[in-house]
Design a protein around this ligand. Structure first.
Ligand code: CTP
Ligand code: A1H0Z
Length: 237
């Protein structure tokens, strides 16, 4: 079985404001709803699991009822975890509790604050995760990437033609991801900035899926301004 997993367990500290950024509204609709809608039109998903902070679970259920009522039976809203990867683990626990976690279970994990994901990207994630066990959505780096081991002076400038920026979705065989995550030390868990790295640390292959520059993550107030103008364009025609 294949599941969509929408990660909305964060609090958006870099955005600021009185609510997590995924609940900010553009044209009368919260960002998280735009993102869930992109997943609900994918027929392969058995269910779309949405994970959010505990105190936002009821609110999220109400939003789904209000904006996408007909499809609400395909959505499960549950509590996220203390880190992004713990949030993913909560989704896997739900799948396990329903007796559906096995070697063929695929999860397509996606940031709730990337509402511009496309149908092609999601479909290619499902295909690549089935074939390779794990995949990451990326775009080629456009800036030169500079490494500074002391955070003050350049230690290396890697060949840009081999550099990419990681986006989401990131998709995995769920049982394999869970087993590998549980085998990591606390120090290894601490340096993770995404889930693809769990496979990389363990020496496992992660295939690349071509992303889009517009599949941006809304992180700072500036990103919100860009996203608003893109969403307004999208919904005006
Ligand atoms: N414990 C967490 C932390 C983050 N996320 C989700 O992961 C995505 C990408 O994370 P990020 O942009 O860093 O979101 P926040 O953690 O909310 O932002 P900040 O770091 O600024 O607080 C977001 O959709 C966020 O809700 C999550 O599901 N569970
Ligand atoms: O460190 P941050 O929480 O901003 O980003 C985590 C990101 O790596 C993750 O959310 C994916 O979007 C991949 O870029």
């Amino acid at each position: 079985m294949t599941y969509g997993v929408i990660l909305a367990g964060g609090i958006g500290s870099r955005m600021g404001g009185d609510k997590p950024k995924q609940y900010l509204t553009v044209k009368g609709k919260p960002i998280i709803i735009y993102t869930i809608e992109k997943f609900l039109v994918v027929p392969e998903f058995e269910k779309v699991i949405v994970l959010c902070p505990k105190q936002w679970v009821e609110h999220t259920k109400n939003l789904i009822e209000k904006h996408i009522a007909p499809a609400k039976d395909r959505v499960a809203v549950i509590e996220g975890g203390s880190t992004r990867n713990e949030t993913i683990m909560n989704a896997i626990k739900l799948i396990e509790s329903e007796g559906n976690l096995n070697d063929d279970t695929i999860i397509v994990t996606h940031d709730s604050v990337r509402p511009f994901v496309t149908h092609r990207i999601i479909e290619e994630n499902i295909k690549a995760a089935k074939e390779f066990g794990a995949c990451d959505t990326v775009v080629p780096a456009t800036d030169t990437i500079v490494e500074a081991m002391d955070n003050a002076t350049i230690s290396n400038i890697p060949d840009r033609s081999k550099m990419y920026q990681g986006q989401t979705p990131q998709s995995f065989k769920a049982l394999k991801l869970k087993n590998m995550y549980e085998s990591l030390s606390d120090e290894e868990k601490d340096i993770l900035t995404d889930a693809a790295k769990i496979f990389v640390i363990k020496g496992e292959k992660v295939a690349l899926v071509q992303g889009e520059t517009f599949n941006m993550k809304i992180t700072y107030p500036y990103d919100l301004r860009v996203a608003k103008s893109l969403l307004e364009d999208e919904t005006d025609d």
